[in-house]
Design a protein around this ligand. Sequence first.
Ligand code: UD1
Ligand code: CA
Length: 450
Amino acid sequence: MSIALIILAAGKGTRMKSDMPKVLHPIAGAPMLVHAMRAGAALTPDRTVIVAGHGAEAVSAAATEHDPDAAIVLQSEQLGTAHAVAQAAPALAGHAGDSIVLYGDTPFVQTETLERMLKARQNHDVVVLGFAAADPGRYGRLVMQGDTLERIVEYKDADADIRAIDFCNSGVIAAKTSVLFDLIEAVGNDNASGEYYLTDIIAIARARGLSATAVACDEAETLGVNSRSELAQAEALFQARARSEAMENGVIFYAPDSVYFAYDTMVGPGTLIEQNVVFAPGVTIENDAHIRAFSHLEGCHVASGAVVGPYARLRPGAELAENVKVGNFVEIKNAVLDEGAKVNHLSYIGDAHIGAATNVGAGSVTCNYDGVMKHHTEIGARVFIGSNTMLVAPVAVGDDAMTGSGSVITRDVPAGAMALGRAPQINKSGLALKLLDILKRKKKKREKET
Ligand code: UD1
Ligand code: CA
């Protein structure tokens, strides 16, 4: 069946106290809008329509960056949730399947829950996602009669009896697209807020003899973000979920609560992640790798058997093959390290390729930036880069070559050669003792003078 997603994202989010539109505030490295889009995208919708208003340009940019096919429609005045959905009508003209309405500020709805709603749609014209609220507060209340949802009453319009109901509206609604827009046309704004309520379509549907029901989900899924503190709670909830999912998948932790995931982090079973590791977006780690404490990874790929850290930084484009070792205080950026390569101490490797089984000594640097442009360093297989080698890019070191410690390498090194790019050493016999003697006498003289 063909599915359209309508994601409401026009609200300002006044309580965030931010110039950024609410739906762009990030959770686990992605705007909350993207979380909502991802939940819906798993249903393989044939159209996704984002209703933008406040900060529409930025919202549109973020949405299309994530999904270039998403359509953005503008709701220039926020007259209510029904009015918001109505703005999507032209973009969905002629759509023959179902539409699902999601909120851009409700990032945790699970795909499996949306699937249950679509299943319920087989027997009902309109399906609403509800939850039993621990504190129903100001949520809209679902008035059920058996399996039938009779109407939704907004808190402001509810009397004491209705307010006593704890089965609440999450905001997520599924209906046949044509039916949804027919119902919305009949919605008025004669209510306590003077808004066009999407929730009114239930009573209208019932009056027309259509059937409506509610599917229930866990309250955590419907968590909406309205303030900084709710954003922090949402982050915590995401992290808790990501850690327990990782453990279910066979990832090993010493202190899961100290490990931070991004929305798209992928870690294979048997991989050990030590304490205080942070994943920014774009990280994939294969099976049986080892990420040691206090490492930060972003936009990188780590193959199985590789060991990273402690205190390592992998930046975008870092690509570690099987059994690579990247040790303490090492930064790798836009560089491919072939199987078994080692960069174990205090080094910077950027814009480079390092061949298999090559060893890069402590304190070595690929000097990739000339102040204007970035340049590539090519290092072959089984190379030995002596400690504190400066590789001034663009430069290449051939297979099985060596560089002497402290070398500044500015010219290519042929395969098998030894490159020494440093001042030759001179030893002056007895000079150290002589020098010390002179200095000691100087000091004594000064002490006498004062
Ligand atoms: C809405 C529901 C309420 C439900 C609650 C769940 C209505 C009338 N009420 O109330 O039953 O319990 O959500 O959180 O639907 N938006 C627009 N354009 C608008 C108005 C809203 O895009 O003109 C967007 C907002 O940005 C937000 C979402 O729709 O993402 C919900 O709007 P909000 O004003 O927060 O609705 P609530 O009053 O919380
Ligand atoms: Ca809200």
